[in-house]
Design a protein around this ligand. Structure first.
Ligand SMILES: [Zn+2]
Ligand SMILES: [Zn+2]
Length: 306
């Protein structure tokens, strides 16, 4: 399986020397299509098969909506310049929960999702989101845009998060790559979101570069390896995995802040997906919870119930 095409970056080859691009932006339709395929594949050999199949259906729907819904209102040049000046992410997520266009994405996604097969508890959650008033929908949007899912409302937030992902992936893909600059370790330069996971990959003739993937807008940004994405520490980093030999998904553990974030070795398996394989490797979450005192640092609304 191939990864979504990476948009060409003219700065990639500077004077004949390969240069690591700071960000990898993805075509939203290709992004969700690839993710759906990966969820489907992971469902073949997992205790979570039914849930992974559901997430595959959901990602297919996200791909469809990314190609059908009106594009998000772009970030204007003045806001881009202001954000750059202040070393802030270009998209200000704090403003978005009030945006009618984003509410429309939630409404459209919930209408489409009605056709998906899902257990009763998910159906009830979907109905709850569909019948939510503007204020309730705004609150759910604000939670997701703040990288948080209330423990008593995981299932409704899953649908809201799926809509936010489509909207934000499209908004982030519309930003000029050369305007995206480092904000700080573990912070998405496009929207300020938290990473879901990070990936070690090979880009043409550059081996083993690491990119964190935004849980909100799916932008991937370059991060130095062996660095905690939660606190930026380069000390006290170690790795844990379920299978000790040839693991392609590991926990990068930091003893400075006691958090861990998954790291995916796409160099060993190019079909790994930053979101799908996070859900697919829930066994690692269980291991970390049962055998350590460290706290998960990666954000994934699809894993909030686990
Ligand atoms: Zn982002
Ligand atoms: Zn740390």
């Amino acid at each position: 399986m191939t990864q979504p095409p990476i948009q060409p970056d003219p700065s990639f080859i500077a004077g004949g020397v390969a240069k690591t691009p700071f960000v990898l932006q993805h075509d939203p339709v290709a992004l969700f299509t690839t993710r759906a395929t990966r969820f489907r594949f992971l469902a073949q050999s997992s205790d979570l098969a039914a849930y992974l199949e559901f997430l595959a259906d959901l990602a297919e729907m996200q791909a469809r909506l990314a190609g059908q819904l009106p594009p998000p209102e772009p970030v204007d040049a003045a806001q881009q310049a202001q954000a750059t000046q202040a070393t802030l992410p270009l998209i200000n997520r704090a403003n978005l929960a009030d945006r009618t266009g984003l509410h429309d994405y939630v409404i459209a996604l919930c209408a489409e999702a009605d056709a998906l097969s899902m257990p009763d508890v998910a159906r009830q959650a979907l109905d709850a989101v569909r019948s939510a008033n503007v204020g309730e929908r705004r609150q759910m949007l604000a939670n997701i845009l703040n990288d948080s899912v209330p423990a008593d409302s995981v299932a409704p937030h899953l649908f809201v998060a799926a809509a936010v992902q489509v909207y934000m992936a499209r908004l982030a893909a519309s930003l000029p790559a050369d305007a995206l600059k480092p904000v700080s370790t573990g912070v998405c330069p496009a929207c300020g979101g938290k990473p879901v996971t990070s990936s070690v990959l090979g880009l043409r003739d550059i081996e083993n570069v690491r990119y964190a993937t935004c849980s909100c807008c799916a932008t991937q940004w370059n991060e130095v390896r062996i660095t905690c994405l939660c606190c930026g520490s380069t000390k006290g980093i170690s790795y844990r995995s379920v299978d000790t030999k040839d693991a392609t998904v590991k926990a990068e553990v930091c003893t400075e802040c006691d958090h861990w974030v998954k790291i995916l070795y796409q160099v060993r398996n190019a079909s790994l997906d930053p979101v799908a394989d996070d859900v697919g490797s829930v066994g690692l979450d269980i291991l970390m919870r049962n055998e350590t005192d460290f706290t998960r640092g990666g954000f994934n609304p699809f894993l909030a119930g686990y």
